[in-house]
Design a protein. Structure first.
Lengths: 334, 145
């Protein structure tokens, strides 16, 4: 890695040997509903609170991803995990039953890419053999933390996004069969002075554009190298802005761009810009894209989850929204 | 990359906006309907309890409407009405009831004292503070002149 560069090429690329996705009822009704491993019937999932339900989903995803990867819980060296709640209670509380090391991360909705990067570094450096990367979000727990009580009768703006209820977990390993994580382009915090908390797509699009442009510049790859360029949760309008920003910079990715947030609920107009949240792009990757990679329908993906790094406090104090995008290249080897 | 000023201009020009005309119509219709229901209660009470004074009827109607707003919030209907009607169901007193009952329900899990009691006014708080403040101000003006 040259000084000043943001891209890391993994010497020993880790293999994604198994994934698991679990989603809420609304996501289950969407166009990708049948692809998820499990759809819960009610947001509470028989738990006394939404936070506890999110923990249960998080734990469920880890246990079943390990099982699907054909491993035992004792084979996992570390769990790298993140979520949206204050002090990351979902991650920490769900991991307390596992007998392995734990790294808790926060990078808002882009946390999974950060987890994949750190996991890949630990495996590539031969420090660990098997790592579980997991993130989750829950509509009801996120809503009460960031916005208003659920039963409050306020309409949503056309720019709003729905936090996805879901958890995804992927198992990275130093050996096995499956697509490999070959590179990662770390993002910079980009703030284009958007301060409307409802317009997260506009806040995150410049960060996504910055990371994508940097990735292509540093790797000397062209967009045609990838079968799909997958962003996290820019939403419908944010995606439009991203394509415009990239076109301005001379990159045309429109034909291979896919935004998980814009697509997860299909064309449901009541969902406005689509989905968001730390679970959003993760459940899409762990189901739809991982299946396609396994079947070799697609072979090369640039996965760029994006995160809006504001809090309710910073917004009330009049701050703008800083954003980040982390890119990870996942490829099937010959 | 595009600079911040050009980007800000692009966003303010292209961001999807609320459809003002249809939201105003919906707010007018549902807000009007809620007021008509209030008036209907007033008429019914006047017929059923002829010994009640006019201001007593107004109080009973207010209590009835607050109860209705709270009840509809409790059974999970008022947020759907609010999603459709916007200000039409926020402004009437039923909306005020909703803004107190919704956080009370939401924060029940954090206990009676620090959950329900402490968080009950997170939405309605400003309305109460400014309501009391402005009534005091008007009272002073009324007293002087």
């Amino acid at each position: 890695m040259e000084k000043g560069n943001q891209t890391i090429i993994f010497e020993k690329s880790p293999v994604i040997i198994g994934t698991y996705s679990i989603v809420g009822p609304m996501e289950g009704k969407g166009p990708f509903g049948t692809l998820f491993d499990h759809v819960i019937e009610k947001p509470e999932w028989d738990e006394p609170s939404f936070e506890k339900a999110e923990c249960k989903m998080h734990r469920h995803a880890i246990i079943h991803a390990i099982e699907k990867a054909g491993l035992d819980e004792s084979d996992i060296d570390s769990i790298i995990s993140g979520d949206l709640l204050n002090q990351m209670i979902t991650s920490s509380y769900s991991v307390r039953e596992f007998d392995c090391t734990y790294l808790g991360l926060y990078s808002a909705c882009s946390t999974i890419a950060e987890a994949m990067t750190i996991g890949s570094l630990l495996i590539s450096g031969k420090h660990f053999k098997n790592i579980a990367c997991v993130t989750s979000s829950h509509f009801c727990s996120a809503e009460r933390q960031y916005r208003y009580p659920l039963e409050l009768g306020t309409p949503r703006t056309p720019l709003s996004q729905w936090t996805v209820t879901g958890a995804g977990c992927m198992i990275l390993s130093d050996k096995g069969i499956g697509p490999k994580i070959t590179m990662a382009t770390l993002g910079k915090v980009i703030d284009y002075k958007i301060s409307d908390v409802n317009n997260m797509g506009a806040a995150m699009a410049p960060a996504a554009a910055h990371t994508i442009i940097t990735h292509f510049k540093e790797t000397k790859r062209m967009p045609v190298y990838y079968d799909a360029i997958v962003t996290g949760d820019l939403g419908k309008y944010g995606s439009e802005l991203l394509l415009k920003l990239l076109k301005d910079a001379g990159l045309d990715v429109a034909s291979r761009h896919f935004d998980c947030g814009a697509k997860i609920f299909g064309d449901d107009e009541k969902k406005y810009q689509g989905g968001s949240g730390a679970g959003c792009c993760n459940v899409m990757f762990c189901s739809y894209f991982y299946n396609k990679l396994k079947k070799r329908e697609i072979n090369k993906i640039l996965f760029i989850p994006t995160g809006a790094l504001m809090s309710k406090i910073s917004s009330l104090q009049g701050e703008s929204i800083p954003a980040i995008a982390q890119a990870v290249a996942i490829e099937n080897m010959e | 990359m595009m600079d911040k000023e050009t980007y800000a201009e692009l966003v303010s020009r292209t961001a999807p906006k609320s459809k003002h005309f249809s939201t105003i119509i919906r707010a007018f219709l549902i807000g009007g309907l809620i007021c008509c229901i209030g008036q209907a209660f007033a008429d019914i009470f006047a017929m059923a309890f002829p010994y009640l004074q006019k201001d007593e009827i107004a109080s009973v109607v207010t209590v009835t409407m607050i109860f209705s707003g709270a009840f509809l919030t409790g059974i999970g209907v008022y947020d759907d009405i609010g999603n459709f009607a916007g200000a039409g169901s926020i402004i009437p007193i039923t909306g005020f009831a909703n803004s107190i009952v919704a956080p009370s329900m939401e924060f029940k899990k954090e206990g009676i004292i620090f959950g329900v009691c402490a968080k009950m006014f997170v939405v309605a708080g400003p309305v109460i503070v400014l309501g009391i403040l402005s009534s005091a101000l008007i009272g002073i003006i009324y007293w002087i002149f």
